[in-house]
Ligand binder design. Structure first.
Ligand SMILES: [Zn+2]
Length: 508
């Protein structure tokens, strides 16, 4: 295959140039003036950008890619490789299928109920992925939730020395079987119940195998700086590389904290810590409604929470905890048992049910754990992380079928448009990033975080994974109200020398 006459942006951050790119047997073989070459399979890229396929460092497609192997919501954005298993919510490694069954209700954000979870370790999971033959490359992080559920269970307590030993052994085995690192979900039980000594012990296992520690922090609000400092301590004590996941500050009173968090990272980097962050280019996040619960209420897992909700005294304590929220910041996206509420802000849903907001929230949690979109972030904070040289784009979304139902009626628009949104807003409209720097943050930079040496750049010998797009029209068409829309301006997505998507349509 030959891609002719495009503006080649090679992923390294170097200035783009007009060139041809040849791909043979799945690998890039030549870049330059190849007008003498004759190929049957020619893609004319005149006037278009030719970039390495995007590498989504922060994905939650662990289950959804098995239910929807064409991975279309990601592929149609130009993504050719995803790193799944983030935020401590990974599907590997579990000690038994029974642990998987117990863990699954904590993973509603990224679940695909059509998928039968029959694996335990990384090898078993990767075999399932290989059998599904997805249109996007999959790498996986081991998840701290899975490690803890497999050893300590769902109790809110420190691990015993024996349990810690079992956890480190499970992690080491996962890395040997191909996991690219470990994710923590320090706001999500049971990952949130770990103490710092446990995390340092796990960091040492990662350091020995040059694997990444990717962290959903314990606090993205008033405790953001303490949470970042704690993870820098863990990475420094354990000697491993650190990725701060979706760096942001939530809640108006905490706006301005992101530049200070970046300054903590810069100071650590000056001491020799390998630390970076990822971001998605939106001013709202998405999580589970149970994130509004106090930590004690989640101890023991979802069934224990439901038991507490049925007990009047404990229910009253939780209602107290929910006083003085900015309820209009929360949009219901996928509500188990109450799909009629999807698409409503919490005050609207409360009015529809005739309940005060805290009572509505507790009733919804008794029936399952709804997915929500949460507003209330600062453009200034987002800009600070986007322009920082150590940041990379990570969608925090899932690969889903735009016509399907996984993720709810209107999942966060990042599922469909995170990569185009960066080029539309940060590059074209606001000139916050150069085209070359934005491409680097979507390609070689994330690939390097997980040591994917065969992709992320346009260079002879690397995989023929490319995206061809129109810098004048690339655009995210997903909105918070109607998100299941594919982007504009992605002309072709090439994986291993095969065009897998073209102009908003999957070809395989
Ligand atoms: Zn997260």
């Amino acid at each position: 295959m030959i891609i002719r006459g495009g503006f080649v942006v090679d992923g390294t951050g170097a200035p783009g140039r007009i060139a041809d790119v040849a791909i043979d047997d799945g690998r890039i073989t030549a870049v330059g003036d190849l007008r003498d070459r004759r190929d049957d399979d020619v893609l004319d890229a005149a006037g278009l950008v030719v970039a390495p396929g995007f590498v989504d460092l922060h994905s939650h497609s662990d289950l959804s890619i098995l239910g929807h192997p064409s991975g279309s919501s990601k592929v149609l954005q130009g993504v050719t490789t995803e790193v799944v298993g983030n935020c401590g919510l990974s599907v590997v490694p579990v000690a038994s299928v029974a642990v998987a069954t117990a863990l699954r209700p904590t993973m509603t954000y990224c679940d695909d109920p059509t998928v039968d979870w029959d694996w335990t370790g990384v090898s078993g999971y990767l075999a399932r992925v290989a059998a599904a033959d997805p249109a996007v490359g999959i790498r996986i992080l081991a998840g701290h939730g899975a490690l803890r559920a497999s050893t300590v269970g769902f109790d809110e307590r420190a691990a015993t020395p024996g349990e810690l030993e079992a956890m480190t052994a499970l992690l080491d085995q996962a890395l040997q079987e191909g996991a690219v690192g470990l994710s923590l979900g320090l706001m999500y039980p049971p990952s949130s119940y770990a103490d710092e000594a446990e995390l340092v012990a796990l960091a040492r296992v990662l350091a020995a195998r040059d694997a990444l520690l990717a962290v959903h922090l314990a606090d993205y609000s008033g405790g953001l700086l303490d949470a970042v400092a704690a993870m820098i301590r863990v990475a420094e004590a354990g000697g491993c590389r650190l990725q701060i996941s979706h760096l942001t500050a939530v809640g108006r009173e905490h706006w301005g904290a992101v530049p200070r968090a970046l300054a903590l990272m810069d100071a650590a980097a000056a001491r020799g810590v390998d630390v970076a962050a990822d971001f998605y280019p939106y001013l709202a996040g998405s999580t589970n409604l149970s994130q509004l619960m106090p930590g004690w209420a989640m101890s023991g897992g979802p069934a224990a929470l439901r038991a507490r909700l049925a007990e009047p005294e404990q229910r009253a304590r939780i209602v107290d905890h929910l006083a003085d929220r900015e309820w209009s910041d929360y949009l219901l996206v996928a509500t188990p048992g109450s799909p009629d509420l999807d698409g409503l802000r919490i005050p609207e849903a409360s009015a529809a049910r005739g309940l005060a907001e805290p009572e509505l929230v507790l009733d919804l949690l008794a029936a399952g754990d709804p997915t929500i979109v949460a507003f209330g972030r600062s453009q200034h904070d987002l800009d600070a992380v986007m322009v920082h040289p150590a940041s990379v784009l990570g969608s925090d979304g899932l690969a889903v079928d735009p016509q399907g139902t996984v993720g709810g009626a209107a999942p966060h628009p990042r599922f469909f448009g995170a990569f185009p949104a960066l080029f539309e807003h940060a590059v074209r409209e606001r000139a916050l990033l150069t085209l070359e720097e934005a491409v680097r943050k979507c390609t070689s930079a994330p690939a390097e975080r997980v040591r994917l040496r065969d992709r992320g750049r346009i260079e002879p010998g690397l995989r023929g994974d490319l995206v061809v797009f129109d810098r004048a029209t690339i655009a995210d068409r997903a909105t918070y109200a109607v998100s299941r829309r594919v982007p504009d301006g992605i002309v072709a997505v090439v994986r291993g020398g095969v065009v897998v998507a073209s102009r908003g349509r999957m070809l395989s």
